[in-house]
Unconditional design. Sequence first.
Lengths: 412, 266
Amino acid sequence: MKPTFNPLFISHFTATSCIGQGLQQTLDALRQGKQALKPCDFETVDLNTLIGEVAGVDAVKMPADMADYNCRNNRLAKLGLEQDGFNDAVNMAAEKYGRDRVGVFIGTSTSGIFETELAFRHREPVTGALSADFIYSKTQNTYSVADFTRQYFKLTGPAVVVSSACSSSAKVFSVARRMLETGLIDAAVVGGIDTLCLTTLYGFNSLDLLSTQACRPYDTARDGISIGEAAAFALLEKVPASLPANGVLLLGIGESSDAYHMSSPHPEGLGARIAMQQALQSAGLTPSDIDYINLHGTATPSNDAAEAKAVTAVFGSNTPPCSSSKGATGHTLGAAGAVEAVICALALQHGFIPAGLNTSEIDPLLNLNYQLKNSNQSLNRVMSNSFGFGGTNCSLIFGLAQNERHGSWQSN
Amino acid sequence: MAIELNAYIEGIGLLGPGFTDWPSSRAILCGLQPYQPSKTVIPAPELLPAAERRRASDIVKLTLATSLEAIAAAGLQQENLPSVFSFSNGDGINCHSICEMLASDDRQISPTRFHNSVHNAAAGYWSIATKNMATSSVLCAFDASFGAGLLDALTQVVVDKTRCILMASDTPYPEPIFSKRPISDNCGIALMFTPQADSKAIARIKVSITNDEADQFDDTGLEALRIAFPAARGLPLLQAIAQQNNRRVVLDYLDNTRLAIEVSPC
């Protein structure tokens, strides 16, 4: 099959979640099967669940001229941007291409809503007004974290937030890819940031979707998610003439809508299936070309059942090795797509399939090759799934540069 | 070589203070009739089942109304249509209710409130109502949301060579957030784009990025509307289409980064 997609080079990437700040800690944690989910002690939240909290977010200081952006989401974004020299890489790209030629495409679902939740507790008693130091546009508004990122690097190119619940930071790759393809920009900062807040904790609790244990994706007894927070970023560029052998490429994207229900997936995983098939088609690949699938795998009964049906429909009963990293990181919601893209990139570069944590008995009804132990094996191409409320689905395919035919790349 | 951002517009939907639909708005935008602001009236969403229709929030109804007007004008079915939703705020009333409840002694927000709190809630309801399983981009760029949505829709048209519908919708917050984000009414624009000219095409556009100053309306009422609503930042484009002349318009986008649009009638 001929690809319909010009690959993109992921020249730099980084992730910060409860399992680690930056790539080395993240990789070590995955290799060690580190358990970082903990009983919920976030703020005044009183719920019997576990959370994946990033340590030290409150200690992060905003740049002096960006004090208005101070909120948990932007603090975590700054912490994430400053790992692994990612900020230096963006600045170098901006110098190389021009600050107007670097776009910013960030996924978030929470934005800075936590700041508003706090502000509502301190309303002016008589008028009900919010305090003067609550700055809606720089904190709560859904665009805030892309605005923060753009201003942090003093970029002047296009910028937007994609906010489609738990597919947000997978879909940013698609928005960025189209923008790169037109030549409006030469590089794109893509990423996902979501932070702990009361809305998501009490909200998922209202839907009975919070587990009282560390979440157990694909387990017979899975009973809900553990909410986490994270910041993950990637710098996307057109494929250069020469690539490092272990360079990671974005090879394909598939996207669909369930058009079925606001908070339940299509029971047969129809939208998920379409997203995976489109991703394979766009990359010009067949199911047997995929060496590992990083599942959406939230550990809710309905998500994992629907996803398993969709994966089996696309890949047959003999699926590639699969796992969900949400047992490690928790479900980082709007950041999950970007976090799991980074985990896929690490898996490719280090020839490593991360096990799904916390799962002890794989649900026999979910007929996937689900991995309970880490394994070392060379991987050429991997897929990452991200699905969300509203029936939004996105599948991404990544590959190692050494395996791709660069002849298929059409330089504009 | 860059790919030019060319597209044809084959359907428009418009609702906002003083605007009830696209056909009746053209004379106002051309200056043939005076602009008279009045509260936005959103028609009942016929596509939703009766129970959903009563419960549907303004952002769902507004987005359905503008998009269905644009789709009908283009003579299209709504299935299998890639979409871009650009919401400058999201559902303000729902957000207010959740924040109020979380600040109270009883934090048990309702499941419906919660799933309606996602920025893509209206996109989800829209895909269910229109039975549309194609991809959707759900975006926010604060006051730049119209321009951000326009750029994303145009990149879909030229890169993926597909039709694409843009829906830019603004809805208000109640107090106390209203004082921080004073958007006073509902306002929405929908544009149906296609890569190839066809019999329904009403205008051809070519979009590029510029630092030129944004176009302003001479009419003070229209200019106040343009400034007050992020979706209305797109009105100079609609004016150029209504005038049916070759014209270059510049729309506000981000800071000094703006969008130049060459508009030609079909």
